[in-house]
Every structure is written in structure tokens, then in C-alpha cells.
Design a protein around this ligand. Structure first.
Ligand code: FA5
Ligand code: MG
Length: 465
């Protein structure tokens, strides 16, 4: 199990969110700077790029089959976020270094999958009033303690989607062929596309990407086909719109745009099997757009829909919006600057024209980890890991976030070594201070940097170098 936090019991007051009060305890690690993002609901502002992106994707998952929803309240139980979905007790996602806890039983959701069970239950409740609605999309803000750079922000937005089919109630495995044939009719009704999609792996791999053999048979090939065709179609629609916008913004330039390249890769999630990720080749690199898979039957059993089978996916809205609108920095989504907001119109995909880019101000902080660090702990500090027995890289990021807020563009580990004699470990992080809206003075950056240095000493007992 995840080790309980070592800090002394918290003396914090209750936390108020959306008119409700939550007790705090030694698990609480959500700062006010994060809480202040709750309730913005950017995806509801019609002229905001996240709302435009949401609508474009929802249009690919229309009614009456799919209901399109959003979830306002980000506070969920650890049961909803983890247990129901089959996260093992030692899964790193449960750790306080990765997740914002309100208290031991309550977190800010780390993904929209926290609502899967509720939406499956809704499909069951509406079985007679809205029998065609066997799928859904849901958009929501999600929260993660993570790295700081132009594509990571502690608050971002996901869209989850799922689609279920009914199976015979008795011995569904004996009727797998019939179910598969029925599902293939739905696959055939998805409009074809002519983009070449790389999909080198078998749909099911016994070790790497197993079928849930106790519950599923050949229907899974049909469901996988439906899932993949639906998501390919959505991604192709998005990228076709993006290239149209690019062409419109520079009409006389010869479009030396590369053709769209899309590929499927095997993946792992505790709540789907088999699972896949969809990647798009964008500006020289494969970019992960979404994760998806065949829903674990145990979740359907515990969500009042035991006689159904289906797929689910989860995607990052910012990631898609950044591609669609050519938005270079994820912090911009939160900007209230009219130079940003005035560039977007409901229903229109356009190229973002950066207003002037202000200068970067790089400052390094180097420190020795506390000597209590065992000499054996010399593991290289690759990004995103535990950097000492008491410090996780995300904890360093959190100090930078709390002090520097949106004035920090990115933080990178630039040096790490172990002193050959003392065995002490030294780290150096480079912080890039840059406002999106104005030029920072060197004094301002120095002041922030000093506070970050002092906080590293006060909270982790590091020795500054
Ligand atoms: C999940 O969150 C799963 N819940 C997705 C899922 C749903 C799988 C249903 C299967 C069935 P993951 O952590 O990979 O998976 O995030 C999903 C997507 O969110 C990513 O593909 C990416 O597009 C986006 N994403 C993840 N982390 C970030 C981040 N820090 N900033 C922006 N987007 C992110
Ligand atoms: Mg992923």
C-alpha cells in the first residue's frame, strides 16, 4: 500500500469548495493556488478554444446514441477515482506526490474516468426512457501534481467517452458470434476514411494486452473495430480542420504540410483490457492523444449494467486544442488577456497569432539533498521520479508552482551527481521565469527565486550550493 504521509497531523482548517466544507488531515496537500482554479468551467465559454474543441469532438459522438455531458464538481472520493476502477493499492497514481488530496478519502479527480460508474448507472436508469442512449461523452477539469512545462499544467481538461452494447443475459460467451455480428453492423455504419493508420499489433495479445477471457470472446474484435474507427474518424476530422485553418491563415504560402500520420500503440490501464493509445505525428514527434480500451467487465458488473459490454476512451482537451489552434503554451488557456481571448470565435478553427513573446529569465537552483539520504540511493534522477528518500520531483515542482504560479514557463533538471567521497547527492534545476503578458524585471524574478530557494530549505532541509 502507499505509505502514509510522514508529516505531523495537519492543523489546517476545513477546505470549502463549491459551498461544501471538507475536513482536512495529514493527507491534505491541495494549496489555495490550485483550489482557485475550481469553477472556471472554461469549456462552457462558447468563444474559448477549449469550448470550441469540446464541441467539435462532441459533434463526432452525437445523440441519440451519445449523451454529451460535463461534470462541474472536481471533488471525488478515492473510491470513485481509484478503487472502483481497479487501481491496485500500490499504484503510483494514488500517491500524494501525484494527486491532490483534500483528505484521506477525498481527492480532486485526476481523470474523468472517476465518473464512469455514475454514467453506466445512468444508462441503466434510463433504459426505458432513453433506450437509444447507450453511450456518453463527459468533459471536466482534472488535477495532477506533475512536471512544469509548456504542455503540462496542474489543472487540465479531459473528455471521456464510452459506448455499450447489450448481450444475452444467459451464457453470453456462447453467443459471442451473434453479438459480434450485431456490433459489426454498427461498425459498418461509421463513415469510411482514407487515411492510412498504422496498427501493427494484434488487437489482443495474450501477455501484453490480454482478452478478459473469463467474460469476453470474439465480440471484442468487433468492439475494438468500432472503437478504433470511431476515434480515427474523430482525429481525422480534427486534423482536417486544423490544416484548413493553417491554409487559410497563409493562403499564398505553398502548403508543405505533411500528410496526417496516425498510429495505434498497445497500452495499459487498470480499468480496460485490452487497451490502446492513439498517437499523431505532429511537428516531428509522435504525440499521445488519448487512451482507450475494452471496459473491464467487473466495472460493468458493479455499475448496474452486467449484461452489457463496451469500450471507453479518455483524451486531453488541451492537447488537441493546442494542435487545432497552434497554441504554444498550456498556461494560455487560463489567460484573461483580451489579446488571447479575442482571437477565438465559437464554431471557428483559426490559427493563434502569438502576441509578442516576452524574454525568458533563467535562474538555477542547486542543492545537496539531506544527508539522511542513504548512500545507496544513487539512482539517476530521471524526470518525474523520487529524487531522495523524502523528496519527489513533483514536490520540487509544487514549491515552484505555489511561489511562481503562472510566471514560470518550465522547470528542468539540468544536473545531478553523487559526490564520490561523501556520497551526497546534488541536483540543479533550471527555472525559466517568463510571463505570458508582460516583461518580468530581473528583481521580480530574483525575488521569486529567493523564495523558492528558502522554501526548499524549509520544507526539505536541502543545503543550497
Ligand atoms: C487517463 O487519464 C485514462 N483515464 C484514459 C482512459 C479513459 C483510458 C478510458 C481508457 C479508458 P492518461 O493519464 O494517459 O489516461 O491521460 C489521458 C490523456 O489525457 C492523454 O492521452 C493526454 O491527451 C491527456 N493528458 C494526460 N496528462 C496530461 C497533462 N499533464 N497535460 C495535458 N494533457 C494530459
Ligand atoms: Mg497516457
Amino acid at each position: 500500500a502507499v505509505a502514509p504521509p510522514s508529516q505531523p497531523p495537519s492543523t489546517q482548517k476545513p477546505i470549502a469548495i463549491g459551498g461544501r466544507s471538507y475536513r482536512t488531515d495529514q493527507w491534505t496537500n491541495t494549496p489555495g493556488t490550485i483550489l482557485s482554479h475550481i469553477g472556471r468551467r472554461l469549456y462552457l465559454d462558447d468563444n474559448h478554444p477549449l469550448a470550441i474543441t469540446r464541441k467539435l469532438i462532441e459533434s463526432q459522438f452525437p445523440g441519440p446514441v451519445y449523451g454529451n455531458y460535463s461534470e462541474k464538481d472536481p471533488v471525488v472520493s478515492t473510491a470513485q477515482n481509484f478503487d472502483v476502477l481497479g487501481f491496485p493499492l500500490d499504484h503510483p497514481g494514488r500517491s500524494r506526490t501525484d494527486t491532490y488530496y483534500i483528505n484521506d478519502k477525498t481527492v480532486l479527480r485526476t481523470h474523468t474516468s472517476a465518473h464512469q460508474q455514475a454514467y453506466f448507472q445512468q444508462i441503466n436508469r434510463n433504459e426505458h426512457t432513453r433506450p437509444e442512449e447507450v453511450g456518453y461523452t463527459v468533459v471536466a477539469d482534472v488535477y495532477r501534481r506533475d512536471a512544469i512545462d509548456r504542455s503540462h499544467y496542474p489543472v487540465f481538461h479531459q473528455m471521456e467517452g464510452a459506448r455499450l452494447w447489450k448481450r444475452p443475459e444467459n451464457n453470453p460467451l456462447d453467443h459471442a458470434a451473434e453479438t459480434a455480428a450485431a456490433i459489426m453492423k454498427d461498425v459498418d455504419s461509421i463513415p469510411r476514411h482514407d487515411v492510412v493508420v498504422d496498427d501493427p499489433n494484434p488487437t489482443i495479445h495474450p501477455e501484453r494486452n490480454p482478452l478478459q477471457t473469463a467474460h469476453h470472446g470474439e465480440e471484442v474484435e468487433a468492439i475494438a473495430a468500432h472503437l478504433k474507427r470511431s476515434l480515427e474518424r474523430m482525429v481525422i476530422k480534427i486534423f482536417t480542420e486544423a490544416s484548413k485553418a493553417a491554409a487559410a491563415s497563409s493562403p499564398d504560402q505553398d502548403q508543405d504540410q505533411e500528410p496526417l500520420k496516425v498510429r495505434w500503440v498497445e497500452a495499459y490501464f487498470p480499468f480496460t483490457s485490452p487497451s490502446w493509445e492513439l498517437e499523431v505525428f505532429w511537428q516531428g514527434d509522435w504525440l499521445e492523444i488519448l487512451g482507450c480500451g475494452i471496459i473491464k467487465q467487473d466495472i460493468l458488473f458493479s455499475s448496474d449494467v452486467p449484461h452489457r459490454i463496451g469500450w471507453a476512451f479518455g483524451l486531453g482537451l488541451e492537447r488537441i486544442a493546442m494542435l487545432l489552434f497552434n497554441i504554444p503554451d498550456i498556461r494560455l488557456f487560463w489567460s484573461k488577456d483580451p489579446r488571447f481571448l479575442s482571437q477565438f470565435r465559437a464554431g471557428k478553427i483559426s490559427r493563434f497569432e502569438p502576441f509578442s513573446k516576452y524574454p525568458s529569465c533563467y535562474k538555477d537552483v542547486a542543492f545537496w539533498l539531506p544527508t539522511s539520504a542513504s548512500a545507496a540511493d544513487t539512482t539517476a534522477t530521471a524526470a518525474g521520479g523520487r529524487i531522495g528518500p523524502v523528496i519527489h520531483e513533483n514536490d520540487v515542482m509544487e514549491i515552484v508552482r505555489v511561489v511562481g504560479g503562472d510566471l514560470v514557463e518550465d522547470v528542468r533538471l539540468i544536473d545531478a551527481f553523487v559526490h564520490p567521497k561523501s556520497g551526497r547527492k546534488s541536483l540543479c534545476y533550471r527555472i525559466n521565469y517568463r510571463s505570458l503578458e508582460r516583461t518580468l524585471t530581473n528583481d521580480e524574478a530574483n525575488e521569486l527565486h529567493d523564495r523558492i530557494r528558502q522554501k526548499l530549505v524549509a520544507e526539505f532541509g536541502v543545503e543550497l550550493r
